[in-house]
Design a protein around this ligand. Structure first.
Ligand code: ATP
Ligand code: SF4
Ligand code: MG
Length: 331
């Protein structure tokens, strides 16, 4: 049975837009995340996909307690994340780790790999006594496929893929239960992407990790994800199992994203529906009324401008936030 490890309900994060010499006057809000709900189960990967600016990183930052939420609830193992303090918050900071996109800027260039990977032990001294740290760090380097003898090297002496392995080793140092992966392979060459994804898959199988895996492309998350949530302008527009999303997408936005995914098999390419989205993503400061996707949707009707489509199961299937949800096999 699926056992939830992370539950998110109605999460909202609005950033004030301030103007004036002292930025004192608030003239609006960037609705970066606007009512997001989902559950991540133990040992599962939930992919979160959407275009640049749709609120993926903001969602991650709020769940990591790096930004305060505007509203909403998040629970880790049943306990309210946003109410945690003291020892409980310290424990949360061990249990949830993040791996960031850019292996070039997320590692301190003046620190050795050993210091970078072992830094979490400085803060959480209870996990590894000082005398034991070097051994633990070398173990971690080995686990992620790096040479443990390179412990005294600096980040610039590694390739992009190797640097992302350093970031992963560091995330593993405190034996977390959940890892938020914020586009961990987007900056890497395609061949290296596959290696890092395979590593993440192996680590998950061995350590029983749960991943919230953020990407802007549906093809990246497919292999690893048990379920996928598609985001548009701060909201989840569709969520379902891998098969639901890739074989039976119901939301026009998901269908459009899928039609842009590269098809590796040349004999299948001609069989794909091509859906070209027109127009730009509207500003999250002043999103369209009703359905936020309506300004780019070829199916939009009057009701789409007046009623927000709820994210509820449609046509006896999985949840999709569209008044006119219907299955359409794209690939
Ligand atoms: N600290 C902040 N202050 C004001 N606005 C912000 C802040 N952080 C993010 N935003 C805005 O919130 C929206 C969502 O940004 P976010 O970085 O979460 O998107 P994203 O989906 O991660 O995009 P990308 O794929 O480019 O990483 C954007 O409009 C962004 O400009
Ligand atoms: S609710 Fe209307 S505008 Fe929104 S995706 Fe569905 S058809 Fe398109
Ligand atoms: Mg981002």
């Amino acid at each position: 049975m699926a056992e939830p490890i992370l539950e998110v309900e109605g999460l909202v994060k609005h950033f004030p837009v301030r103007v004036g010499v002292l930025f004192k006057r608030t003239v609006g809000h960037v609705q970066a995340v606007d009512g997001v709900s989902f559950t991540l189960n133990k040992g599962e990967t939930l992919g979160v996909v959407g275009e640049s600016g749709c609120g993926k990183s903001t969602l991650a930052q709020v769940l990591m307690r790096l930004e305060p939420p505007t509203a909403g609830v998040a629970r880790f193992e049943g306990r309210d994340i946003f109410g945690m303090k003291g020892a409980e918050l310290r424990k949360l900071r061990r249990d949830i780790q993040i791996v960031l996109q850019d292996p070039y800027t997320s590692l301190n260039p003046r620190m050795t790999v050993g210091d970078i990977v072992g830094e979490p032990y400085e803060i959480h001294t209870e996990v590894a006594p000082k005398g034991d740290r070097q051994r633990k760090v070398q173990e971690l380097l080995e686990i992620v496929g790096l040479n443990p003898e390179h412990i005294n090297r600096y980040p610039h002496q590694f390739s992009g893929g190797q640097r992302q392995r350093i970031g992963i080793a560091r995330a593993l140092a405190l034996k977390p239960k959940v890892i938020v992966c914020d586009e961990p392979v987007s900056a890497l060459d395609v061949s290296i992407q596959a290696q890092v994804m395979n590593l993440l898959g192996e680590l998950q199988a061995e350590m029983g990790l749960s991943y919230l895996f953020i990407a802007h492309d549906l093809s990246v998350v497919r292999h690893l994800s048990n379920r996928v949530a598609v985001m548009y302008l701060g909201k989840i527009v569709e969520i379902g199992t891998e098969d639901d999303i890739y074989e039976r997408p119901m939301h026009p936005y998901t269908q459009a994203l899928l039609s842009a995914v590269p098809v590796p098999d040349p004999t299948q390419r001609g069989r794909r529906d091509v859906i070209r989205l027109t127009g730009d993503v509207p500003s999250p400061i002043d999103p369209p009324s009703g359905c936020r996707f309506r300004t780019r949707c070829w199916k939009a009707q009057d009701i789409c401008a007046t009623e927000v489509p709820e994210l509820v199961p449609r046509n006896g299937g999985h949840p999709a936030a569209c008044h006119f949800a219907e299955e359409r096999a794209v690939v």
